[in-house]
Design a protein around this ligand. Structure first.
Ligand SMILES: Nc1ncnc2c1ncn2[C@@H]1O[C@H](COP(=O)(O)OP(=O)(O)OP(=O)(O)O)[C@@H](O)[C@H]1O
Ligand SMILES: [Mg+2]
Length: 394
């Protein structure tokens, strides 16, 4: 064959092969991953025939140690209850304290509860972040099912906010830090995991605090991997008062549902109580917020913030929280944007603190150009944050 004929044919062939590898291979890869999971029927790593498995723990935990430490799950060691189980505090022989969530015997027979329990194991074995409660291990035996977690000394955020003495300990700088911690955890789940994860149940009940009053996201029973290649239809999940409004008319969850729930929790931290009425005003008549001053909605159990820096941090946190509560999911910021904004250095306030209304914050121009992009693209892109993007109305 003549060289003039061979070269174009070879080039066409090369382009064809390149196209095939770009378009088809990712799907083959996905299929292989899926079939690996379905062949196992259960992606949860197991040891000793699904009885007891220890993960990410720097010491030995034996089943007998757990039973001994809690005197066989005696009520005296119980520190909390949830819809499907009880939580116990256990001090191991090496002195380490862990929290155990035990599925009640009756609930263990309920497929929905057991599914949520297993889902938690599956999710927590895949993720690892400073502000997400660590799973040290689990026991999924026929007769006894429990999960072993990192112990959070101060318990849930909702309990701390409800207790006047503890709420006062949660000073303004700590509250801004709590909001930042939660935003980092959610940004990690949405943007930094190999497969993006939707928490689907962010609420002040599902945030724990450690001894230093740092915040940790927990309770992944409802969480889901976000499938970037199809719509994410799912059954209704979440906690009343934190669920994004669009979930009343659609079953297609996006990461913006988590963003909304985060907005509720962030306002709750600043106000010291659930912002129920404010949420109603926001959705029904935002203009009524003209006369609601930010300084008037802050938790009155604390003295008003004194330093300029702290005041600015609170204004930034409130602005972001209100941005997250926007009715249209697409106009809410991404968690990556929120978490970056919370740690970024901001411009000085152009107004005195008591004169800032919620409406002004709601109308603050947030430069959120990355929000339009679908989530999977975000995870592979470097951060696109352009300096100080808050503009206070003069
Ligand atoms: N790792 C932990 N460290 C310390 N305390 C914990 C830990 N996990 C749970 N708790 C305590 O146990 C309580 C119950 O937690 P759990 O997640 O089981 O239920 P919930 O979120 O309050 O309820 P539900 O998820 O059923 O709506 C928490 O509020 C907290 O006080
Ligand atoms: Mg919970």
């Amino acid at each position: 064959m003549h060289l003039d004929t061979i070269i174009p044919i070879a080039m066409c062939l090369a382009i064809f092969i390149a196209l095939i590898s770009f378009i088809v291979l990712p799907y083959i890869n996905m299929f292989l991953k899926d079939s690996a999971t379905s062949k196992e029927g259960d992606p949860i790593p197991t040891k000793n025939g699904d009885i007891f498995s220890i993960l990410n723990f720097d010491g030995r935990i034996a089943y007998e140690d757990i039973i001994k430490a809690t005197e066989d799950f005696d009520i005296r060691y119980c520190i909390g209850t949830s819809s499907y189980g009880s939580v116990y505090r256990a001090q191991l022989p090496n002195g380490k304290v862990v929290a155990l969530k035990k599925l009640h015997q009756r609930e263990a027979q309920e497929p929905a509860f057991y599914k949520s329990f297993r889902n938690e194991v599956k999710m927590l074995t895949e993720i690892r972040h400073k502000n997400i409660v660590k799973l040290h291990g689990f026991c999924l035996h026929r007769r006894c099912k429990f999960l072993i977690y990192q112990y959070m000394e101060r318990g849930s955020l909702i309990c701390v906010l409800r207790n006047d003495d503890e709420a006062v300990e949660l000073e303004w700088n700590i509250r801004v830090n709590v909001i930042t911690n939660i935003s980092h955890a959610l940004s990690y789940l949405h943007h930094d995991c190999i497969r993006p994860i939707l928490d689907r149940d962010i609420s002040s009940k599902n945030i724990l605090l450690n001894l230093k009053l740092e915040a940790f996201v927990f309770d992944f029973g409802n969480s889901r991997f976000l499938d970037p290649y199809s719509s994410n239809h799912t059954v209704f999940a979440g906690t009343y008062g934190y669920i994004a409004p669009e979930l009343t008319y659609t079953i297609d969850v996006t990461e913006k549902c988590d963003v909304y729930s985060f907005g509720v929790v962030a306002l709750e931290v600043l106000m010291g109580t659930h912002p129920g009425e404010l949420l109603t005003s926001l959705s029904s008549s935002p203009s009524s917020l003209q006369n609601v001053m930010l300084s008037d909605i802050l938790d009155t159990r604390l003295l008003p913030p004194r330093s300029k820096n702290l005041t600015l941090n609170i204004v930034v946190a409130a602005t972001l929280a209100l941005g997250c509560l926007r009715a249209k999911p697409k106009s809410r910021p991404t968690m990556k944007f929120v978490s970056q904004q919370l740690v970024a250095c901001q411009r000085p306030l152009l107004k005195s603190f008591p004169a800032i209304s919620l409406l002004e914050l709601l109308n603050s121009e947030l430069e959120m150009e990355n929000e339009i992009e679908p989530l999977p693209k975000l995870s592979s892109r470097p951060a696109e944050y352009h300096g100080s993007s808050f503009k206070q109305n003069p």
